[in-house]
Write a protein that binds this ligand. Structure first.
Ligand code: GLU
Length: 304
């Protein structure tokens, strides 16, 4: 498969693709990112790295961090974790409060904000220094020790965290949050403010395409059984209330973030990340979805 040629074709097509989406503005610092930024990086298990555009420029990974947080939490927990967070698609926006009230403070899945906040709470209870250990985990799976948070994005989101604070308060009222609301909010916002490039995200995500083993050295990050579960949750819940549409158009498990990034995997084959900041009305990168749809169409392979 000539992945570089396929990515070059996608780049040409993207050049003439009009978008109507808007860069996320509810975190004011994110709105400053130029909408024309565009990068894509594919890391193939057998044949290495392929890329186009701004693929080595770091951007705010936002909700893509939820995959790493879940990986850490599952690495330290058994099935009891899933008594506090479910594994069903929500069909609601990422920051919705509605289902939580009906469903007694148990979030639908770990990739909507409510579920990710429960995972943050679990990590805070289990780790001595959650921020340091979370970054260390990302350094370990990427071999990029310079990955850090963007403190402006962190502060910017913290000032406008009303909905996430509301989700935490509601869940605490149901007894599903152990730690202090401000501590959980602080750690959750920190993980979302991490910046990585498409290349670094593909390097991290190759682990999920490689049965939980780091490709660079074969180290076990997570068992194949747990990776299967994370990939299943990415497939069914990785794209807010557009997970069905993403499966339908692209056919790969993945996770998006409001920074405009999407990381996806083809198990046994590759990890791919695309970054384009303008978001469609459901909060997913508009051109990112287009690029990944073209990838599985031009290669002729998805997981289905
Ligand atoms: N930090 C963002 C929030 O909680 C993440 C949203 C996202 O990327 O889906 O609103």
């Amino acid at each position: 498969m000539d992945y570089q040629q396929i990515l070059n074709t996608i780049k040409t097509e993207l050049g003439s693709q009009q978008y109507t989406g808007k860069v996320a503005s509810y975190i004011p610092e994110l709105e400053k990112i130029p909408p024309e930024k565009l990068g894509m990086h594919l890391y193939c298990i057998n044949s290495g790295h392929y890329s186009i555009g701004d693929n080595t420029e770091r951007f705010s990974i936002q909700s893509i961090s939820k995959v790493f947080a879940l990986t850490m939490a599952m690495g330290m927990s058994g099935d009891e974790l899933f008594q506090r967070v479910n594994v069903e698609p929500s069909g609601d926006p990422f920051n919705s409060l509605i289902q939580l009230e009906y469903e007694n403070g148990i979030p639908r899945n770990p990739f909507i904000n409510a579920g990710a906040l429960v995972i943050s709470d679990i990590l805070i209870s289990k780790l001595d220094n959650p921020k340091k250990e979370f970054l260390a985990f990302i350094h370990k799976i990427t071999d990029s020790n310079s990955i850090e948070i963007n403190s402006k994005v962190f502060e910017s989101e913290k000032q406008y965290s009303y909905r996430n604070a509301a989700l935490l308060n509601l869940m605490k009222s149901f007894g599903n949050i152990e730690n202090k609301i401000e501590d959980v909010l602080d750690f959750y916002t920190f993980q979302c403010a991490i910046e990585m490039s498409c290349k670094e995200l593909s390097t991290a995500f190759i682990t999920y395409a490689n049965r939980g083993k780091k490709l660079a050295n074969g180290d076990d990050v997570l068992s194949p059984q747990k990776v299967k579960r994370i990939n299943a949750i990415m497939q069914t819940c990785g794209f807010y209330d557009e997970a069905g549409e993403f499966s339908f158009r692209v056919g790969l498990p993945g996770k998006s973030g409001v920074g405009g990034g999407i990381a996806a995997i083809h198990p046994g084959q590759y990890a791919v990340t695309v970054w384009s900041p303008p978001l469609n009305p459901k909060g997913n990168s508009e051109l990112g979805m287009y690029a990944l749809e073209r990838l599985t169409t031009l290669t002729g392979f998805s997981i289905f």
